[in-house]
Design a binder for this molecule. Structure first.
Ligand code: SF4
Length: 344
């Protein structure tokens, strides 16, 4: 092993990734394809990844599709181009496989807004409540959860719980408020939010809609209630993608992370997609955590098989139950992976 590699490995946890030079003359697409075959590896990418990472992925999806794919793959290595909690979920579903994340510091403000030690105390105040957690939470929080959900199946998960049961919903208060409205259930909400979805500007969106009167406004349920009230359609990232493809409208203002626009434009090349503006000086909404992954880091982590997601056995054993319950409810509700969603 070269000195540079051993220094990079020593610094892996402080940096989050293998900080090595990548030869600029390499064709990274070709190299990554070679590594996939050599190592029987699969790349799963979230819709919020850079477009070049989406283009090299074997499967692109939202949290539900990605966890279904992680549960079913027969690859030896899962390379997860997404954020930390997603790679942890893949590890819990496939503990015998090696799960790699290009940058360990690709976190999530929503998952971080619900520290397990504080949540444990919150849960003790409602001992009879069923705990439903949005999948955007840490592996340890999943051990304190009865059923996980994603934005695709959250309504079905809530509706699967008997009416006389109290429900705690964590960590996203905006998605929780949306679910209260949608299901008519009274949820005990944890006060967490996603930094990307809570800063859309109502005023700027209104002005944008005046300039584009024929555009449909579509939004993710992690957005705040006053933004969702204006939406023509509310859905998960896959839901928004499918809606924009099937709608007769030709222009859309999209309130979620801007990475999804790449797939929307590919699915509907004749349509126009405009990112909804946030309440700051940027023109679009990017998740800084998702964007920590780059093609170079993806290549390096496949080549050296690091950084790897390691979880303690008790976390896997306890946490996976809440994910499996979610997958069962999704299957019963017909929310499984569709053949056209899989690229491989
Ligand atoms: S977009 Fe929000 S919820 Fe998704 S990874 Fe980024 S911070 Fe987390």
């Amino acid at each position: 092993m070269s000195t540079a590699v051993s220094i990079a490995q020593k610094n892996l946890h402080s940096k989050g990734f293998l900080d090595l030079e990548v030869d600029p003359t390499l064709d990274l697409f070709e190299e990554i394809e070679k590594l996939k075959k050599e190592k029987n590896a699969i790349i799963l990418a979230h819709y919020y990844q850079e477009s070049e990472i989406q283009d090299i992925a074997d499967y692109i999806g939202d949290s539900l599709g990605l966890s279904q794919k992680a549960a079913k793959t027969d690859a030896d290595i899962i390379v997860f181009a997404g954020v930390h909690f997603m790679a942890e979920t893949a590890k819990m579903l496939s503990p015998e496989k090696k799960v790699l994340l290009p940058d360990l510091k690709a976190g999530c403000s929503l998952a971080d807004s619900c520290p397990p030690h504080l949540f444990r105390k919150f849960k003790e105040r409602h001992p009879d409540a069923v705990v439903v957690s949005y999948i955007n939470c840490t592996a340890e929080l999943k051990t304190l959860t009865d059923i996980c959900c994603t934005s695709t199946n959250a309504v079905q998960v809530i509706e699967s719980i008997p009416e006389d049961k109290q429900i705690i919903f964590a960590p996203d208060k905006n998605l929780g408020a949306y679910l209260q409205k949608k299901t008519g259930r009274d949820l005990i909400l944890w006060n967490g939010t996603c930094m990307v979805h809570e800063i859309f500007s109502h005023e700027k969106i209104t002005k944008l809609r005046q300039r584009h009167p024929n555009a449909e406004f579509i939004a993710h349920p992690e957005c705040e209630a006053h933004i969702l009230e204006e939406a023509d359609f509310i859905g998960s990232t896959t839901g928004l993608l499918n809606y924009s493809r099937d709608s007769d409208a030709t222009e859309f203002i999209v309130a979620t992370e801007v990475g999804i626009l790449h797939q929307m434009e590919k699915a509907s090349p004749d349509k126009t997609f405009i990112p909804a503006p946030p309440n700051n000086t940027c023109a679009c909404n990017e998740c800084p955590h998702m964007k920590r992954n780059t093609l170079e880091k993806l290549y390096l982590c496949m080549k050296h098989e690091e950084p790897e997601i390691i979880l303690e056995d008790w976390i896997i054993e306890q946490g996976v139950k809440s994910i499996n319950r979610m997958l069962e409810i999704s299957d019963r509700a017909g929310l499984g992976l569709k053949p056209q969603d899989a690229l491989d």
